[in-house]
Design a protein around this ligand. Structure first.
Ligand code: GLA
Length: 346
């Protein structure tokens, strides 16, 4: 009997709400149509055979190995977690076909981990919820891969659906799915600059947030009033990082309302403010990305911002559907290293 299981999971773009998901706040990601397909066949022994079409290689690993710093770590970590959750008894053969660019801020790593866990869930018949799968995927990132990320990416790729954005409270894991506009598109462009969360700058920001958490004796920087942070004696850079978290959380709440009301001008203005905060307070942008975002807006986007963990990767721009083609042509002519990835809504 062929007991191969196949699953497809989407990449995600974060509309707004950056670095709030490990600080007690809200996020607003949306599923993309660029996706990852994975097939998994449990084996009778402990061998782990991982095949990736994107990397054009087959890797053999053993279950007791530590992470070694390549793409196969995410899949191996997910298999170890699947075994801990009794969804797999031993090794497996896994084939991955992913169109989600790595290091682009579109959750390629979360997609691979969630896909392995969902395939193992299907193979085992155990009824774990998508939220339980997302939490397990975060454990793989935090504990096996050593990336101190939040829960946004895992929840988005595990439970968001095309055509909607997920207004997610990362403290309670409760969420609402909001319809994306039909006459505007969330256009995702790669800046041409690739980065890896495991390379350390993400962890530095998380550490600066920890300093602010210790000062305020609260894990929920997003729920502090901005004035309490401004009036405090917390030193820089933790002070600016905390101020970003608190103001960004408020922007996500306002953005979810604007999306629900179909108020694209307000949504766009909030995206622009979010970019400024990531640039000036959280310090995760780069001059080339600031220029791309500024030109996206100057050429007619209603709003634009860096999306994802930062230090490279993609921007997301809110553009009127009828204007998108001409807008994109002009923007790419000015930024030849940038490239179109996908559009959500519209
Ligand atoms: C990465 C992390 C997420 C989140 C974003 C920034 O995508 O995996 O948990 O922190 O960066 O918003």
């Amino acid at each position: 009997m062929d007991d191969t299981v196949t699953v497809t999971v989407p990449g995600r773009v974060n509309v707004i709400g950056e670095h709030t998901d490990y600080n007690g706040g809200m996020v607003l990601p949306a599923a993309l149509s660029v996706s990852l397909q994975l097939s998994l066949t449990p084996r009778g022994d402990n061998a782990v055979i991982l095949r990736s079409t994107a990397y054009d290689e087959t890797v053999t690993r053993s279950l007791d190995e530590a992470a070694r710093g390549d793409w196969s770590d995410a899949a191996l970590g997910a298999m170890r977690e699947a075994i801990a959750m009794d969804m797999l008894a031993g090794g497996a053969e896994v084939s991955v076909n992913s169109a989600i660019p790595a290091g682009a801020g579109l959750s390629s790593s979360a997609a691979l981990i969630v896909a392995v866990l969902k395939a193992a869930r299907a193979a085992s018949g155990i009824g774990f919820s998508d939220t339980e799968i997302a939490l397990a995927a975060r454990r793989v990132e935090n504990e096996y891969l050593g990336v101190p990320c939040g829960i946004m990416d895992q929840m988005a790729v595990a439970a968001a659906s095309i055509g909607t954005a997920m207004a997610l409270d990362t403290k309670t894991l409760k969420y609402r799915l909001l319809h994306l506009p039909k006459d505007h598109e969330l256009t995702v462009l790669h800046s041409g600059i690739t980065r890896q969360l495991s390379e350390g700058r993400y962890a530095v920001r998380a550490g600066e947030c920890d300093t602010a958490k210790a000062y305020f004796e609260s894990d929920d920087l997003c729920l502090l009033g901005p004035d309490a942070i401004r009036d405090s004696e917390l030193a820089e850079p933790a002070r600016s990082r905390a101020l970003h978290c608190a103001t960004e959380h408020a922007r996500v709440l306002a953005a979810a309302d604007a999306l629900e009301a179909g108020d694209m001008q307000s949504l766009g203005a909030l995206m622009n403010d979010s970019h400024a905060s990531m640039r000036d307070l959280f310090d995760i942008s780069l001059p080339a990305i600031d220029a791309l975002v500024a030109d996206a807006a100057a050429l007619g986007a209603v709003g634009a911002r860096l999306t994802g963990g930062g230090f490279g990767g993609c921007i997301v721009a809110l553009v009127k559907s009828t204007a998108r083609e001409a807008w994109l042509k002009q923007l790419l002519a000015k930024h030849p290293k940038a490239r179109f990835i996908d559009a959500a809504g519209g």
